[in-house]
Design a protein. Structure first.
Length: 327
């Protein structure tokens, strides 16, 4: 059996690492991980597993082209929030008198285009280009939602690929990931009240369904399915499609507690988190009013693909977690 190579952008992130772990266990696949600095001690974890680590900088197109050379499959992903954590972004935003979010948007757009450019440079040899993205909330809300920039920035790369590189586009499938179930570790978890009950506060309705996903466990399985299927898919990676009330019922039952939902005032997010909170408030408004997928008719879910796809339901996810720090 001939060996195929999958080149993975961001192998140290939760999406890239999931893809690597799945394909490491697939016969006939060679995993090439792309990271800015392969010499870091943390990289040894991957080389010990048999991953070929190569240098690739999303801000340096030439390194990406080289990293993608002779790959059969490319998985591309960008990260808006890493820019939001960069002090240089906040400094530049102050100098330009704009928000850090807008600088992060510019940087993510540039990096997404670089991934597409580098993939296009290798279009003759690749079989599939899988791009991690999220739909354009500005487009699907018809201009109502304007500050959900971590969605919109990712979709720019999709349009760029479709318009500039038709031959690459013919080999492309899209992977959108739902709300990360792991966000509870960053504080999106029911909080204990004085009466011993718990309350989850999110600025949206309790009965609006939304996709939820375990990105660390399931991203790789979604990519595996997209590689096996014909191109042209727009897959919403999710393990469950449910409401917050349904999630809370499972969480309460598992932890043997009483929990309720509170529709949070979106202004509280900006008050506590600044422009990052404003960004998240726009995201929740978009999900509440237009749906996480924007009602884009091209979106399909794992259970609609017609092939077996391994994914983690939210009931399974809740059972696997240690909730002691939240109780």
């Amino acid at each position: 059996m001939s060996t195929k190579t999958i080149a993975i952008v961001g192998i140290t992130g939760n999406q890239g690492s999931s893809v690597a772990n799945v394909f490491l266990n697939e016969p006939g696949w060679h995993v090439r991980g792309i990271t800015r600095d392969p010499s870091k001690p943390s990289s040894k974890t991957w080389t010990d597993k048999g991953v070929e680590l190569v240098a690739g900088d999303l801000d340096d197109l030439s390194t990406l082209r080289a990293a993608f050379a002779n790959a059969d499959v490319i998985f591309g992903v960008t990260d808006f929030w890493q820019h939001m954590k960069d002090p240089a972004v906040h400094k530049l935003a102050a100098e330009r008198n704009i928000t850090p979010n807008e600088i992060a948007y510019e940087r993510e757009v540039a990096q997404g285009r670089s991934i597409v450019d580098a993939a296009a440079a290798n279009v003759e040899t690749i079989e599939r280009f899988v791009l991690s993205t999220v739909n354009s909330s500005k487009e699907w809300s018809k201009g109502k939602i304007t500050f959900n920039l971590h969605f919109d920035a990712k979709w720019v790369a999709v349009e760029y690929c479709r318009e500039k590189y038709p031959e690459l586009w013919k080999k492309t499938s899209l992977l959108q990931l739902g709300v990360f179930a792991s966000n509870w570790k960053q504080g999106m978890v029911p909080k204990k009240q004085d009466d011993g009950t718990y309350k989850l506060s999110v600025p949206m309705g309790a009965d609006r369904k939304l996709p939820m996903v375990d990105p660390n466990e399931d991203t790789g399985h979604f990519v595996k399915a997209l590689v096996a299927l014909p191109p042209g898919k727009n897959l919403m990676g999710a393990g469950s499609y449910l409401t917050w009330n349904e999630w809370l019922a499972m969480w309460s039952r598992h932890n043997n507690v009483t929990a309720t939902f509170e529709r949070q005032d979106p202004k509280e997010l900006e008050q506590y988190m600044g422009t990052a909170g404003r960004e998240l408030a726009d995201m929740w408004q978009y999900i509440d009013e237009f749906g996480y997928d924007g009602a884009d008719p091209s979106v399909v879910y794992p259970w609609d693909l017609g092939v077996d796809v391994k994914y983690t339901t939210m009931e399974e996810y809740i059972k696997r977690q240690d909730w002691s720090e939240a109780l």
